[in-house]
Design a protein around this ligand. Structure first.
Ligand code: MN
Length: 259
């Protein structure tokens, strides 16, 4: 019993490494998965497997009072679950010859323009939310939540100061009309750039509509479902709360592990 459990665990570990290895070697599109934090969570399926809802790395009430428990619970267990379910459904009805194999985010986002819109919405929705959960962490009392290390330096070099970066990121989040996301990305030439996308699009998608492409370093969901219960129409208050719970360690690892 013990032996078989161990073998199973080893198998999962090895398979996960293989998938991650394939992704890391094949192109810069999904460099995001080179991050230890993200790969451990393993929200990309094995070839031919089903996508599943990732377990949150903290409890639903852990981001209180900045992000409330009920919002987190509904956002993760209902909204995110629907993206996962619809992604799996869409994959079953996709033209296999168009998508090919493996069914990874990298492959899906690369061919997204040739696939049915359900994949754009739901692969985007699953990827974006999985990343978003990892980019938040419970606030530590009495500790200022700021980026350090190489990312902290790069933010200061690029935007002059952390305050100026936050201002410009919040501005992008505020100006996103309707539903979408605000992003800090690392472009192919290594620059930090702020951008935003509508709906569940993201900067990894191989589409002309995505103006600024690159590896996500920071992501903020600005759909009303992310804040309406606590903040109602006050998106600015939600953005201000977000800074208290940003997981700068994940962000740093996305930044340093990408090309
Ligand atoms: Mn959302």
């Amino acid at each position: 019993m013990k032996k078989s459990e161990n073998s199973r665990r080893d198998f999962i570990k090895k398979s996960a490494t293989l998938v991650i290895g394939t992704i890391a070697a094949s192109s810069l599109l999904n460099q995001a998965f080179a991050s230890e934090t993200i790969s451990e969570n393993n929200f990309s399926p094995l070839d031919g497997g089903k996508f599943t809802l990732p377990v949150l790395p903290y409890s639903y009430d852990a981001l209180e009072p900045h992000i409330d428990k009920l919002t987190m619970e509904i956002h993760h267990s209902k909204h995110h679950q629907v993206y996962v379910d619809n992604l799996n459904k869409a994959l079953q009805t996709s033209d296999a010859s168009v998508l090919g194999s493996p069914q990874t985010f990298e492959n899906i986002f690369d061919k997204i323009g040739k696939l049915q819109p359900a994949l754009r919405n739901n692969a985007g929705g699953h990827y974006n939310h999985s990343l978003f959960w990892q980019l938040m962490t419970p606030a530590k009392a009495g500790v200022e939540n700021v980026p350090t290390g190489k990312l902290g330096d790069a933010i200061k070099t690029t935007f002059n100061s952390l305050e100026e970066f936050k201002k410009q990121f919040a501005d992008a989040a505020m100006k996103r009309f309707g539903s979408g996301w605000a992003w800090l990305i690392k472009t192919a030439d290594g620059k930090l750039v702020i951008t935003s996308t509508p709906n569940q699009d993201n900067p990894l998608m191989n589409l002309d509509a995505i103006e600024k492409k690159g590896t996500p370093v920071l992501a903020l969901d600005v759909w009303e479902h992310a804040y309406y219960l606590k903040n109602q129409n006050r998106r600015a208050d939600y953005i201000a709360s977000f800074w208290n719970v940003v997981n700068w360690d994940t962000s740093e690892s996305l930044f340093t592990n990408s090309k």
